[in-house]
Design a protein around this ligand. Structure first.
Ligand code: ATP
Length: 136
């Protein structure tokens, strides 16, 4: 579709989103980036964060747990480790995941520090994002 971007978000758990949108902003490992139709092609790694898309007057918010983005003039393909639309985030589950990871951090000799802090980061961003609904 002319002047639109096809936004596809795919994870090992399934396809999370497939929409024609006007604009995408996401968290690359080298910083936030924005894409409009006609963008030059590029590929980047993504850090755990929030993808925001604009569709007409609507804004959509999606949690992304690291991965890759492949951008071309009419397409943004996100391959993420996991992802959820803001409205699908289960806050109780994220709170429990964060509590578990925080408990692991206390067991200093046994823990995998990077794994526990990554779990805390995922849970914290999910908790922050969970209240956001698509704005119309
Ligand atoms: P948990 O310990 O609760 O599984 P996690 O951060 O280890 O959290 P992931 O490995 O990122 O979970 O995701 C596994 C699957 O569970 C994915 O399909 C992801 O979308 C889903 N998921 C994880 N946490 C939540 C949540 N709080 N709300 C909704 N879906 C979630």
């Amino acid at each position: 579709m002319e002047n639109k971007l096809r936004l596809e978000i795919v994870t090992p758990y399934g396809q999370i989103l497939s929409e024609d949108v006007d604009e995408v902003t996401s968290a690359g490992t080298d910083g936030e980036f924005g894409v409009l139709p006609g963008h030059v092609p590029f590929i980047t790694t993504l850090k755990t964060g929030v993808l925001i898309y604009k569709k007409g007057s609507e804004m959509g918010y999606v949690f992304i747990s690291s991965g890759y983005a492949e951008v071309s003039s009419d397409r943004v393909i996100i391959l993420a480790d996991s992802a959820e639309k803001a409205e699908d985030i289960d806050v109780e589950r994220a709170l429990a995941a964060r509590r578990r990871a925080e408990e692991r951090l206390k067991e200093v000799e046994k823990i995998d520090f990077a794994r526990a802090t990554a779990a805390i980061e995922r849970a914290t961003i999910r908790i922050q994002l969970a209240g956001k609904r698509v704005v119309k």
